[in-house]
Write a protein that binds this ligand. Structure first.
Ligand code: NCD
Ligand code: ZN
Length: 356
């Protein structure tokens, strides 16, 4: 953290932001989770790790329709769909989806790395033809950057991935656009800074706030568990520095990943932090603490579209410096979900996006 003094602004108007990494789920969880995001974000990159995963154009189109149908009346929001890469996926399928503007990007989950990734890629060598095609057509690859070997310590899996998978892949595909998703380490910050311009990274709200101790604060804290797992404090400091740096390679992606409370509070709890209800407020808190509120807009609303080659949003959203009490749990039908910052009082509250 820097020693810069927090700014005293009480209202902050920024261009409407986008979320470049989001889990919306399906069915009742979708109708629960979606509006939290759509209140604050104009667009989001929607992760394809449903069961079964989104691997074809027609499945993605149907999912996009379900998302739009689940939006409350008068709320506009653009889901940007992604294809889930498997060992078998065909280059033609992803190219067709990209040309038809159904797919915005492809997501690479190393098989077994995280929630619903069992059907992911077992070896990058198996998707060479897909990566070649993506490089040719300019389709971004979004990477869950962790190796899966049980021989590698879970806290080292991101750093090992950079060396053993990402670096060789970037060398093999020198023009491929790559987003290293939800980075958690100083190593990744350095890697992305040093990489070519077509390599960027998203940073979550929670990795800017928690370090690994949050999972063990007075007892086991399943709601602080996500993947990639939070690392040491100095890694968090490096992420904060990157987020406020003004370097366009680092932009907002919440990785908001709702799971039912009982699925997290279990003998084998799910990975994922549900930050959508507090996303912008949490980022604002961090930027405020860093004396960098003036950099929030670029991080949240400009660098993402710049990287993806999409237009900036035209509307604005207002953040107000006021107390915002976050509930312990949020319920909907038979769902009960614990949000990030549960039970805390935050210092910022975002206005809802205007209906258009
Ligand atoms: C995500 C989920 O629950 O789908 N979980 C998480 O901890 N972030 C998957 C992911 O992005 O790794
Ligand atoms: Zn994710």
């Amino acid at each position: 953290m820097t020693n810069r003094k927090p700014q005293t602004t009480s209202l902050l108007n920024i261009r409407e932001p986008d979320d470049w990494h989001l889990h919306l789920r399906d069915e009742v969880m979708l109708s629960f989770a979606l509006d939290f995001t759509a209140r604050q974000f104009a667009r989001a990159i929607v992760m394809p790790n449903l069961v079964p995963p989104v691997t074809t154009v027609s499945v993605a189109e149907a999912y996009r329709k379900r998302i739009l149908a689940a939006l409350p009346e008068g709320r506009n929001f653009k889901p940007l769909m992604t294809a889930y890469l498997t060992d078998e996926i065909s280059p033609d399928e992803i190219a067709l989806g990209f040309e038809n503007k159904v797919f915005t990007a492809c997501k690479l989950y190393p098989a077994g790395a995280t929630t619903n990734s069992a059907a992911g890629v077992t070896d990058v060598g198996r998707i060479r033809k897909v990566l070649e095609r993506m490089q040719t057509i300019g389709m971004p690859l979004l990477v869950h950057g962790e190796v899966v070997s049980s021989k590698i310590d879970v806290f080292d899996r991101e750093a090992v991935f950079l060396e053993t998978v990402l670096e060789p892949m970037l060398n093999d595909f020198p023009e491929l656009k790559v987003v290293l998703e939800h980075i958690t380490t100083a190593d990744s910050v350095q890697f992305v800074q040093d990489a070519r311009a077509s390599v960027a990274a998203t940073i979550t709200a929670h990795h800017l706030r928690i370090d690994r101790n949050a999972m063990f604060d007075g007892g086991l804290r399943p709601h602080a568990y996500c993947l990639p797992v939070a690392k040491r404090r100095f890694h968090r400091a490096a992420l904060r520095k990157a987020a406020i740096s003004g370097n366009p390679k680092f932009f907002l992606g919440t990785d908001s990943a709702p799971h039912q409370k009982h699925d997290k509070e279990s003998s084998c709890g799910c990975a994922g932090i549900f930050s959508a209800p507090v996303a912008l407020e949490s980022y604002a808190l961090t930027f405020d603490e860093e004396g960098a509120l003036d950099r929030l807009e670029a991080f949240a609303s400009e660098f993402g579209p710049l990287f993806y080659g999409l237009p900036l949003n035209e509307g604005t959203i207002t953040l107000q410096r006021t107390d915002f009490a976050v509930p312990q749990t949020i319920t909907h039908d038979n769902l009960s979900v614990v949000p990030f910052h549960a039970g805390e009082t935050l210092r910022w509250k975002a206005s809802e996006r205007a209906a258009r």
